[in-house]
Write a protein that binds this ligand. Structure first.
Ligand code: ADP
Ligand code: MG
Length: 695
């Protein structure tokens, strides 16, 4: 078998290939664009396109596509072949710099939230040279940004790049104040840990809910769930191991640093974590990872479920967004460092993150809000819907000492002085234990744990980068004017801790008492997408996002509408699917079982004097449950009909939250009760025990 070191990245037009196939002049010019964002000359684009094409054709590619991330949450592509007619009636393979740099897909069928009038259907895609092109299934993929013809972002990459740029700009200002004048760029990095479920494809095919919505809309708990804690890190079953090995190989070929794989808490649940990378590359790679996870599963007659809550009663799936900020020289700005000066700089960045998370709780919460993720957040498994930061006891004690102007640890007589004292070493252990916090400091990075497994990581990182950029800006504005830098720094950190310590919570986030405590502290508890999403249009958020050039006001309003539409449409599809399954599958199955049992009673009674107590009781119970299901279905049908008539998106989202979802819960509860008393042979589709333990 081929060695990993040989095939890793073999399908990627990466730095090594660029160096080998481009002239030195072209290579250097492209590198400047990649590293510093300098505009690309068309002659350079032509040379890069020619080299890319030759390389891709050598590896069997016949087509190319601009690959982008519209607001649908999945990626989009439109393939063009390289062929161009030759005078002799044959073809030559062509690919120009213009085709590499810009594409013009018809944008009219992608969500735009009213940004793009239907008469102005054109949109364009623009090459993102910072993310490598790659080959997949015989096509050269070119990562691109997607905009309307008037320049508004129609995707998730444009604002992500803008947010990284905003943070870069403000962080450099801060570093200058600490005497670092050689830094050229500051970038954020992300390592997203991806959770997923695997189910058998033959069983999956029998469940309309899984096919239509990616989750089970019905299903009683099996005798065994996750209570034995025997799945987490458990030994991996052969069929799953084969899948994981195949998946690693496909990801490695695409240069994706898939690193860790293990079983997760719920039965049939697993996790894959890559080595972290620059945020926009991590975002591209995570989209690819999700796509390839699903594709590879089919080869093993499995289906990979990326939904946040495929099964009620066992853990759902999330995506931990490990996030850090570092300089082009490789200095991690969230690492405490070794010297007093490094410590002071670290504390300032730490204070900035604390203030950013507190000031923009709503933006962080709504960046992960979807119909699917609403099933997790606040449901005693994932982090709660309330945002708080875990720092660990040691670091919290340091901040307490600074705030109180007291010595740290009680060993010294003098109070802590920034830039003079050395911080104690924080062991990773003491910062890494709390798994219930939505936003945890883990030694040299923050782990934002609220993302749903199917979310693009872009939205969360756009808002996180933007919020931190804004606070760094406020800090820089203040510190640049200070006469005594060390004193101003000390005062600023102290004041920030004092004003924002309410967001720090080191206890158990799953505990109900925390929610009450959080309320007392004035923290926001935005329970559902309908509650969270409208806050993106709050003045303070619009002002902040527009002032850093991350979104225009029109883009913000359009995004709110797109996300809310996604929410209501998702729930509506689920509701319609439930009605369909209840009317056509579940009620008929239970009714048939009831009828068969009833006719058994009459047969029995005709031959003996048996009382048939058991059967009679069962038929009565089944009949009652059928009536209950029928009534609940009728209610849900009425809700669906009413929903159709609501055109205002805010009202529609509130209706979904207040009426549709409760009606769905009622129907599910009746059907799940019926499942537990219906003979297995009668049940129309595979139940939880088979789905969860059937691989
Ligand atoms: P675990 O969560 O299992 O303890 P780690 O926290 O070490 O494991 O790593 C989880 C993820 O965090 C991985 O994707 C890893 O690459 C990423 N990661 C590690 N260091 C950083 C960093 N400085 N910045 C961003 N992500 C990081
Ligand atoms: Mg982790």
């Amino acid at each position: 078998m081929e060695k990993v070191t040989e095939y890793f990245g073999s399908m990627v037009f990466d730095d090594r290939i660029m160096k080998a196939t481009l002239s030195e002049k072209v290579y250097k010019s492209l590198k400047r664009t990649i590293d510093r964002g300098t505009p690309l000359d068309i002659s350079v684009a032509n040379a890069v396109a020619a080299a890319m094409k030759d390389w891709a054709i050598e590896l069997g590619a016949t087509h190319y596509t601009h690959w982008f991330q519209p607001m649908t949450g999945v990626t989009a592509e439109k393939h063009d072949s390289f062929i161009s007619p030759a005078p002799d009636g044959r073809v030559i393979m062509e690919f120009s710099g213009k085709e590499l740099v810009k594409g013009e897909p018809d944008a009219s069928s992608f969500p735009s939230g009213g940004l793009r009038a239907t008469f102005e259907a054109r949109g364009y895609t623009a090459w993102d040279p910072t993310s490598y092109a790659f080959i997949k299934d015989g096509t050269l993929y070119i990562p691109t940004a997607f905009c309307s013809y008037t320049g508004e972002a129609l995707d998730k990459k444009v604002p992500l790049l803008r947010s990284m740029e905003a943070l870069n700009k403000q962080a450099i200002r801060i570093l200058k104040l600490f005497g670092n004048t050689s830094v050229k760029s500051v970038k954020t990095s992300v390592g997203p840990e991806q959770e997923y479920f695997l189910v058998d494809r033959d069983m999956w095919k029998k469940r309309k809910d899984l096919i239509m919505t990616g989750r089970t809309l019905f299903g009683a708990m099996p005798p065994k769930g996750q209570e034995m804690d025997d799945h987490y890190f458990g030994s991996i079953k052969p069929r799953v191991a084969e899948y994981m090995a195949d998946l690693d190989r496909e990801l490695w070929k695409l240069g994706i640093l898939a690193k860790t794989k293990h079983n997760e808490v719920a039965p049939a649940q697993h996790e894959l974590a890559p080595i972290y990378d620059t945020t926009n590359i991590a975002a591209d790679h995570n989209q690819l990872t999700m796509e390839i996870m699903q594709k590879v599963a089919l080869r093993h007659n499995l289906v990979c479920l990326l939904h946040e809550k495929p099964f009620a009663g066992v853990n759902g799936s999330g995506k931990h967004n490990n996030w850090s900020i570092s300089t082009d020289a490789g200095e991690n700005l969230l690492s405490p460092g070794e010297t007093p000066a490094e410590n002071a700089q670290f504390l300032l960045f730490l204070a900035a993150v604390i203030k950013a998370v507190d000031d923009y709780q709503d933006l962080l919460r709504l960046s992960v809000a979807t119909a699917g993720n609403d099933h997790r957040l606040g449901a005693n498994e994932a982090p709660p819907a309330v945002i708080s930061i875990f720092l660990g006891d040691e670091l919290t004690a340091v901040l307490d000492a600074i705030e109180a102007d007291k010595p740290y640890g009680g060993t010294k007589k003098e109070k802590m002085q920034l830039g003079v004292d050395v911080l104690p070493k924080f062991s990773k252990d003491s910062t890494d234990r709390n798994r219930t916090s939505p936003f945890a400091f883990t030694g040299n990075k923050f782990e934002f744990r609220m993302l749903g497994s199917s979310n693009s990581i872009s939205c969360a990182n756009i808002h996180l980068n933007a919020a931190v950029a804004e606070v760094l800006k406020q800090f820089a504005d203040k510190l640049e004017k200070a006469k005594d830098f060390n004193k101003a720094l000390h005062d600023l950190i102290r004041k920030t801790i004092k004003d924002h310590k309410r967001i720090i919570f080191n206890g158990n986030g799953y505990d109900d008492s925390w929610i009450k405590e959080a309320e007392k502290r004035g923290l926001m508890n935005l329970k559902t997408t309908a509650d969270a999403m409208p806050h993106i249009c709050d003045k303070k958020n619009v002002d902040m996002l527009t002032s850093h050039g991350i979104f225009t006001e029109a883009e913000i309003f359009s995004r709110r509408d797109i996300m809310l539409e996604n929410y209501v449409k998702t729930v509506n599809i689920e509701a319609v699917t439930m009605v369909d399954m209840a009317r056509k599958e579940i009620i008929p199955a239970v009714a048939k079982f009831a009828a068969d049992t009833a006719s058994a009673v009459s047969v029995k009674k005709s031959v003996s004097k048996a009382a048939c107590k058991y059967e009679t009781k069962l038929v009565t119970e089944l009949s009652e449950l059928i009536d209950e299901m029928d009534a609940a279905t009728t209610k849900l049908e009425a809700a669906i009909a009413k929903f159709k008539g609501i055109s205002d998106i805010i009202k529609a989202s509130e209706f979904v939250r207040d009426t549709m979802i409760p009606a769905m819960d009622k129907l599910r509860s009746a059907a799940d009760k019926a499942e537990t008393v219906t003979a297995e042979d009668y049940y129309p589709f595979p139940t939880y025990d088979k789905l969860l333990f059937g691989v």
